[in-house]
Design a protein around this ligand. Structure first.
Ligand code: HEM
Ligand SMILES: *[C@@H]1O[C@H](CO)[C@@H](O)[C@H](O)[C@H]1NC(C)=O
Ligand SMILES: *[C@@H]1O[C@H](CO)[C@@H](O)[C@H](O)[C@H]1NC(C)=O
Ligand SMILES: *[C@@H]1O[C@H](CO)[C@@H](O)[C@H](O)[C@H]1NC(C)=O
Length: 321
């Protein structure tokens, strides 16, 4: 009988060396990273996210998007959480983020509780990754295991946030390229876009579609126009999923079949193109969507983490130590 429980062809001491060297994809991240140093971490985060979502269902969506916008800019390193100061420019004023990202206060609340329980141990990047998962679960979506051990950046990139986060006016080829640049297949891009089964968008992000596009459901367009005038009202909100904005399900894909995608980029996934069949499949098979979504989220949350002695464990998620 083997004396250790891990699956390996190597004897334990060599395995340890390999792990310390970080051999293998994200060998540094592990689900038990804080199990002895912060055993209550997962329950602290879950309790706080559940409470935030009970008060504001949209917060589940907002936390998910915050994680996405972190990971697509130099990896999941909590760069998106850094505030601008007189001598530091973060990512919060980037076009995809400004007047749009939310949930920073929820992350602060969690961080304060985690610091009082296990000071100086847990990164903001890990808190955000788990909170995003718990936000999806709180809205009845799928769950997935979040590997831990990310560290926090001391830098941020406004220019990368502006250029690497996909925008709502992209066509299908550009969406595929944007995700391919981060290592995702077109299939994974479609699964991840199913995030738009929850949450809200501002008028300014879909105005052109509801007034000028042809492949939109006429009654849907009329109802959305009522709250998004041709000029003014830029920040007026409409649900990304008109049927069930606070439930994580496959209605987003069903809506695309009836031309009720809110964003231009949403309807691009079902517009006589190469991803139509996948949209149809998800529209009738929510289990397939949930499985593919969870796998793609694991992949997204593992984008270029800082590990080992890189980066730091911020004491306050809004600033470097
Ligand atoms: C496929 C390319 C994508 C584009 C073009 C896109 C674009 C957008 C836009 C324009 C909004 C509305 C923002 C606002 O009006 O303030 C939005 C909201 C949202 N996005 Fe995406 N997104 C994409 C992919 C994703 C991915 C991969 C995720 C998560 C994994 C995601 C999660 C969300 C969520 C949950 C919301 C609602 C947030 C809230 O209500 O606070 N999106 N997205
Ligand atoms: C930025 O300014 C603050 C004081 O406002 C100072 O403490 C900090 O060291 C400065 N950081 C850098 C990188 O210059
Ligand atoms: C438009 O949406 C309604 C539901 O609001 C649906 O019954 C109808 O079939 C849709 N029209 C088209 C062309 O898909
Ligand atoms: C697909 O093409 C047909 C025929 O040109 C068109 O009527 C339909 O609106 C298109 N569907 C979408 C979603 O663009």
């Amino acid at each position: 009988m083997p004396t250790t429980t891990h699956v390996s062809n190597f004897p334990a001491p060599l395995m340890l060396v390999l792990l310390l060297l970080g051999v293998g994809a994200n060998a540094q991240l592990s689900s038990n990273f804080y199990s002895s140093t912060c055993p209550n971490l997962l329950s602290i985060i879950k309790t706080a996210v559940d409470s935030a979502v009970r008060g504001d269902a949209r917060m589940g969506a907002s936390l998910l998007r915050l994680h996405f916008h972190d990971c697509f800019v130099n990896g999941c390193d909590a760069s998106v959480l850094l505030d601008d100061t007189a001598n530091f420019t973060g990512e919060k004023t980037a076009a995809p983020n400004v007047n749009s990202l939310r949930g920073f206060d929820v992350i602060d609340t969690i961080k304060t509780q985690v610091e009082s329980s296990c000071p100086g141990i847990v990164s903001c990047a890990d808190i955000l990754s788990v909170a995003a998962r718990d936000g999806v679960v709180a809205l009845n979506g799928p769950s997935w295991a979040v590997a831990l051990g990310r560290r926090d950046s001391t830098t941020a990139s406004l220019s990368a946030a502006n250029s690497q986060i996909p925008g709502p006016n992209l066509n299908l080829n550009a969406l595929i390229t944007s995700f391919s640049n981060k290592g995702f297949t077109a299939r994974e891009m479609v699964a991840l876009s199913g995030s738009h089964t929850i949450g809200q968008a501002r008028c300014t992000t879909f105005r052109n579609r509801i007034y000028n596009e042809a492949n939109i459901n006429a009654s849907f367009a009329a109802s959305v126009r009522a709250n998004c005038p041709q000029s003014g009202g830029n920040n007026n909100l409409s649900p990304l999923d008109v049927v069930s904005p606070n439930v994580f399900n496959n209605d987003y894909f069903r809506n695309l079949l009836s031309l009720r995608g809110l964003l231009h980029s949403d309807q691009q996934l079902f517009s006589n193109g190469s991803t139509d069949a996948q949209v149809r499949a998800y529209s009738t098979n929510s289990a397939a969507f949930f499985n593919d979504f969870a796998s793609a989220m694991v992949k997204m949350s593992n984008l270029s983490p800082l590990t080992g002695t890189n980066g730091q464990i911020r004491r306050n998620c809004r600033r470097t130590n």
